[in-house]
Ligand binder design. Structure first.
Ligand SMILES: [Zn+2]
Ligand SMILES: [Zn+2]
Length: 396
C-alpha cells in the first residue's frame, strides 16, 4: 500500500499534507516523466472499483491499481498523456495532453502557476509538440481546472459558452476574496481544503478565446478530437473529450476519483447518467478522470450502475415522504456493496439534489451559499463518523 493511500484513508489534515509534500519532493528528485505506458500491450493497469454491484468490493484487487497512479506525466497512447497529481484530493486534478504532427492540445490546467510551470516543462521534455501549447480546452470553470491558463496567454483557449460565462463571473481574485470572507466552520473547511498546498501568486482571469455549445470537433495534427457538453450536474456546463484514433477519453470532473461517493452539485442525476452513457458510447481504452487514477470502460459502466443505485434509493425515500436530510441518512444506512466507498458525506448533498430534480426545483445548487455549503461540509465530518462508524473504517 502506498503512503498516499494510507494518508487518504487516515483522512484529511496534517498527515495528508505531509504525504503531498513527500510526493512533490519526489518529483523534484526524479528527472521526469512518462511511465512507459504502451498503447498496445501490456494493457494499462486499470481500476475496477464499482464492478461488483451485488457483492462486497474486493479492495485487495484495487490496491495494485493505485501503484500506477504517481505524480507527473504518463503516456496513455501515441501522443496522448495524462499529467496526474496523487492523491487527487481538493485542487489536485489530472490534465490531458494530445500531441500530433507538431500541434498540441491541453485539456484543463492545474490550479496554480508553480504546478503549471512544472507540468509544462515535463510535457515539453516528453514531446516537442508540447513546447508551445497551441490549444487549451477547459472542461469546466472550477479553479483546479482553469487557473493555469495564466501561463498560456498566447494559446487558443476554448470553453463552452456557459463555462466561459462562469469563468468571467468567478475570476480568481473574486474567488479568493470570497474564500477569505468565509467564517467559522466554513472557514475551517476551506482552510482544510487549501492547506498550504497551493501558491496563488500571479493568478489572474484569462478569458477563453472561443466558445461552443453542445458539441465541438477539433483537429490536432492528424488527430480528430470530439468534445461533448453535458447538461448541469457537476457544474452548469462540463465537457468530456474523445480522441477516437487513440481510444482515449477525458472525463473532467463528471467522473472523478474512483472509490469515492459522487458529489452531485446540481439537481440532475439524470444528466450525469446521460453523459456517462455518452462516455460509454466512446468505447475508449483509457478514461482520464478529473481526479484520481486512470479508469477503464468497465469502471465507467460500474459508475453508472452505482449512480442508478443511489438514484433509486433516494427516489424510494422520496416516495415514502421522507425529508431530504432523513433520506440522505437512510441512503447512507443502506449502501450495501457501496458502503466501503470513501467520502459518504457527499451523499448528503447528492440526495438533496436528487430530491430537487424529483420536485422539479431545478434552480437550487449546493454551492449557492458558499458559507452554508462549507459549514455543513465541516459539520458532517464530525456528525457522520459517529452516526455511521462502519462507513469510516479503514479498509486496508
Ligand atoms: Zn476538479
Ligand atoms: Zn470540478
Amino acid at each position: 500500500m502506498t503512503s498516499e493511500i494510507e494518508a487518504d484513508l487516515k483522512s484529511f489534515g496534517d498527515k495528508r499534507r505531509i504525504v503531498i509534500e513527500e510526493s512533490e519532493k519526489a518529483v523534484v528528485e526524479t528527472p521526469v516523466i512518462a511511465e512507459p505506458v504502451s498503447a498496445v500491450s501490456p494493457p494499462l493497469q486499470i481500476t475496477v472499483w464499482y464492478r461488483c454491484h451485488g457483492c462486497p468490493t474486493d479492495w485487495d484487487d484495487v490496491m495494485a491499481d493505485w501503484d500506477s497512479y504517481t505524480q507527473g506525466l504518463h503516456r496513455v497512447g501515441d501522443g496522448a498523456y495524462a499529467w496526474m497529481q496523487p492523491d487527487g484530493a481538493w485542487g489536485l486534478n489530472n490534465v490531458g495532453l494530445i500531441a500530433s504532427k507538431g500541434e498540441s492540445l491541453l485539456i484543463d490546467t492545474p490550479i496554480d502557476l508553480p504546478r503549471t510551470r512544472r507540468m509544462l516543462s515535463e510535457m515539453a521534455a516528453a514531446d516537442p509538440a508540447a513546447a508551445k501549447i497551441g490549444t487549451v480546452l477547459i472542461t469546466h470553470w472550477h479553479l483546479d481546472h482553469t487557473w493555469g491558463t495564466c501561463l498560456l496567454k498566447g494559446s487558443r483557449i476554448i470553453a463552452s459558452r456557459i463555462c466561459a460565462s462562469y469563468m468571467e463571473k468567478n475570476p480568481p481574485q473574486r474567488w479568493l476574496e470570497a474564500a477569505a470572507a468565509l467564517e467559522g466552520e466554513a472557514r475551517q473547511m476551506m482552510e482544510e481544503n487549501l492547506g498550504d498546498k497551493f501558491d496563488f501568486a500571479g493568478v489572474e482571469y484569462i478569458a477563453p478565446t472561443e466558445t461552443f455549445e453542445k458539441r465541438l470537433e477539433l483537429t490536432v495534427g492528424e488527430r480528430k478530437v470530439i468534445v461533448v457538453e453535458a447538461k448541469p450536474c457537476h457544474t452548469r456546463s462540463d465537457s468530456v473529450v474523445h480522441i477516437p484514433d487513440l481510444s482515449v477519453a477525458h472525463m473532467g470532473d463528471l467522473v472523478s476519483s474512483v472509490g469515492s461517493h459522487v458529489g452531485l452539485q446540481y439537481p440532475f442525476m439524470s444528466n450525469l447518467i446521460d453523459i456517462c452513457e455518452v462516455l460509454v458510447s466512446f468505447q475508449a481504452r483509457v478514461y482520464i478522470p478529473g481526479h484520481g487514477p486512470l479508469q477503464s470502460l468497465q469502471d465507467v459502466k460500474g459508475f453508472i450502475e452505482y449512480l442508478r443505485f443511489i438514484q433509486a434509493a433516494a427516489r424510494a425515500c422520496h416516495d415514502r415522504g421522507l425529508p431530504a436530510e432523513d433520506a440522505a441518512y437512510d441512503v447512507m444506512a443502506n449502501l450495501g456493496a457501496y458502503k466501503s466507498l470513501r467520502h459518504p458525506e457527499r451523499l448528503f448533498f447528492t440526495v438533496r439534489m436528487i430530491y430537487r430534480e424529483l420536485d422539479g426545483d431545478t434552480e437550487d445548487f449546493v454551492r449557492r451559499s458558499s458559507q452554508e455549503f462549507h459549514a455543513t461540509s465541516w459539520r458532517l465530518r464530525s456528525v457522520l463518523p459517529q452516526k455511521f462508524p462502519e462507513l469510516y473504517q479503514l479498509r486496508f
